[in-house]
Design a protein around this ligand. Structure first.
Ligand SMILES: N[C@@H](CCC(=O)N[C@@H](CS)C(=O)NCC(=O)O)C(=O)O
Length: 247
C-alpha cells in the first residue's frame, strides 16, 4: 500500500514516517533501502513526474498519490493508521504540533550546519559552536518545555492529545532519541524537568509495533550523516552562552 522514498543509510526525517507505518503494522516498502538513492532521486526530477517533491521523505499511497513533507504525509496517513484524533479540532492541533516538530528538527539540523548544507561541518565548525551553545541554552529548553507543559496539563493521559497515541507522540519519541544521541550532556541537564516526556517515550517504546520495530534490523542507528549528529564540541550543559559574540 505504501512506498516510502527516503535516502538510504540514515534514519533521518524518513524515520518519522517509518515509526507511524511500523506502529500500525502497515504494508510498506522502504524504496531507498531496497533500491538505493537513485530510486529516491528519480521522482525529484520534474521530467519524471508532474508532481515532483522538493526533497525526501515522500510517500506513495497505492502507487497513485504522492505526498511530500513529514507533517503533510502524517496528516494524511495518521487517520488511516488510527494514529490521529477522531475530530477536526484535534487533527488541526496535531498538525500544528507536527509542524512545530518540523521547525524543531530544522533548528537541530542547523546546529551542525548553520551556514547551510553546501558546506561540510568541518568548514563551519566555529559558527556551529556558537549556534549550538545558543540552541542548548534557549531553543532546546523552550521547545521541550512546550511539549512538557502540554503533557503536564492532562496527567491522566501519557499522550499529547486525548486518550490515544497519535503520530505526534511517535515523532516526539524520535526527537528525544535523536537529542539523546546528539546532545547527551544537555539532555541529562534537562532530564529532571522532562518527566512527562520521559513517560511518553517509555509508553511509545512499549507499543507492540514499535517494540518489535526497535528490535528489528529495519531500525537504523543514528550516525554522522543524518539530522541528529553527535559532535562533542557542540554538546554541553545548559548554561548562559559565553561564546565569542563576534563568531
Ligand atoms: N520540510 C521537509 C524537509 C525535507 C528535507 O529537508 N529533506 C532532506 C533530507 S532529511 C533533503 O534531502 N533535503 C534536500 C534539500 O533541502 O535540498 C520535511 O519535513 O519533510
Amino acid at each position: 500500500m505504501y512506498d516510502l522514498y527516503y535516502w538510504p543509510g540514515i534514519p533521518g526525517r524518513g524515520e518519522f514516517i517509518r515509526l507511524a507505518l511500523e506502529d500500525a503494522g502497515a504494508d510498506y516498502v522502504d524504496i531507498g533501502r531496497r533500491d538505493g538513492a537513485g530510486a529516491v532521486a528519480w521522482y525529484l526530477d520534474v521530467a519524471h513526474t508532474d508532481a515532483p517533491p522538493f526533497a525526501p521523505p515522500y510517500l506513495e499511497v497505492d502507487g497513485k498519490v504522492r505526498l511530500s513533507h513529514v507533517a503533510n504525509i502524517l496528516r494524511v496517513i495518521g487517520p488511516e493508521l488510527h494514529l490521529a484524533p477522531d475530530n477536526a479540532d484535534g487533527q488541526n492541533f496535531a498538525h500544528g504540533l507536527q509542524l512545530t516538530i518540523t521547525d524543531f528538527v530544522s533548528e537541530i539540523h542547523d546546529t551542525h550546519h548553520p551556514l547551510g548544507p553546501e558546506l561540510y561541518y568541518e568548514e563551519q565548525t566555529t559558527v556551529s559552536k556558537r549556534r549550538a551553545a545558543l540552541f542548548r541554552t534557549h531553543r532546546l529548553p523552550k521547545y521541550l518545555g512546550y511539549f512538557e507543559d502540554i503533557l503536564a496539563s492532562h496527567p491522566q493521559s501519557p499522550w499529547l492529545i486525548g486518550e490515544n497515541a497519535t503520530t505526534v507522540d511517535l515523532s516526539l519519541f524520535q526527537v528525544m532519541a535523536g537529542l539523546r544521541y546528539a546532545f547527551p550532556t544537555a539532555i541529562e541537564h534537562l532530564d529532571n524537568a522532562l518527566g512527562h516526556i520521559q513517560a511518553l517515550c517509555a509508553a511509545v517504546s512499549e507499543r507492540p509495533g514499535i517494540a518489535a520495530y526497535l528490535e528489528s534490523p529495519r531500525r537504523q542507528s543514528f550516525n554522522q550523516q543524518g539530522v541528529f549528529r553527535h559532535y562533542p564540541e557542540l554538546d554541553g550543559p545548559i548554561e548562559p552562552d559565553n561564546s565569542d559574540p563576534d563568531l
